[in-house]
Design a protein around this ligand. Structure first.
Ligand SMILES: O=C(O)CCC(=O)C(=O)O
Ligand SMILES: [Fe+2]
Length: 279
């Protein structure tokens, strides 16, 4: 990885590894102190009395705060720097070979230690979260369709510590199986439960970003360690992403309304990524 402030962030080898494996851990996207800061912001969402709001998810030690019922996007001014992180943007441009990008998601998760024995290390069904809506029958499998997502680790994520699990090279398996079947988007209960693939754990230090292809099968895992895992998810798409029609929750940021404080926190780049200004 380059340390040049304006040059490419990823080497050609890293880009190749991403396309081969469907994922890549990028270290030091944030400094340790930045990572600690954002971990603190998210941990502060937990009520002091640990009364977990009904509209949050809480499964197997994995807490998913919701900003308001039905809305998991945390995009208050304090979170805006993450959406417009220049290093991460440059990575996305290198991977997608397209500079006019839009960012969305911003959901967060806190995974606490959970000692309950389970047969699987996974705490979710193996799944994908593709850019293609569930009611569509076929993936287009074009470059413009590809979204790159993933998450920041704000805490050190060691083995057994609630890391994201992924299927190495699994995006290609999804592409091949979907292309070979009629209504390929609909396989495996819309790819919400993929039964036959084996996963790898993606550990990483605080301040890393785990980059994932939108067709990469993945799942959350149990945290057997004392340290909570704190993460936030983002997705970057080309501005001509064919499915991003603004009709679905969490869709195209152009349709979102931002308040003065959010807009004040946005950089020139952020205003474009968040759809406030046109590219
Ligand atoms: O928390 C994680 O590591 C993965 C979560 C995830 O994939 C999901 O909620 O869709
Ligand atoms: Fe997911």
């Amino acid at each position: 990885m380059s340390v040049d402030e304006n040059g490419p962030v990823l080497s050609q080898e890293e880009i190749d590894v991403f396309w081969r494996d469907g994922y890549l851990l990028i270290r030091d996207v944030l400094t340790k102190s930045e990572a600690r800061h954002f971990a603190g912001l998210i941990l502060d969402l937990l009520p002091r009395d640990l009364g977990i709001p009904r509209h949050w998810e809480a499964v197997d030690g994995r807490f998913k705060p919701f900003c308001t019922p039905g809305n998991q996007t945390f995009d208050g001014p304090e979170f805006i720097p993450l959406y417009q992180n220049e290093r991460l943007y440059r990575v996305m441009v290198q991977i997608l070979r397209h500079s006019r990008l839009l960012v969305r998601d911003g959901s967060v998760a806190i995974t606490m230690r959970n000692d309950t024995p389970h047969e699987s290390e996974l705490s979710q069904d193996l799944h994908i979260d593709p850019a293609v809506p569930e009611d569509v029958d076929e993936f287009l499998l074009t470059n413009a369709e590809v979204e790159i997502g993933g998450c920041y680790y704000f805490t050190d994520v060691e083995p057994g510590g609630g890391a994201l699990h992924v299927v190495r090279g699994g995006h290609r398996i999804v592409e091949e199986e979907a292309a070979a079947a009629p209504r390929g988007r609909q396989l495996y209960d819309k790819w919400r439960n993929i039964p036959h693939l084996r996963t790898t754990e993606v550990t990483g230090e605080a301040g890393s970003f785990v980059l994932t292809h939108h067709l990469l099968p993945h799942a959350a895992s149990h945290n057997r360690n004392p340290e909570a895992r704190v993460a936030q998810f983002f997705r970057y798409a080309r501005d001509d992403q064919p499915w991003d029609d603004g009709e679905r929750p969490g869709d195209r940021p152009a349709n979102r309304l931002y308040g003065d404080l959010q807009i004040a926190a946005m950089s020139t780049l952020g205003r474009k990524l968040l759809g406030v200004d046109p590219w």
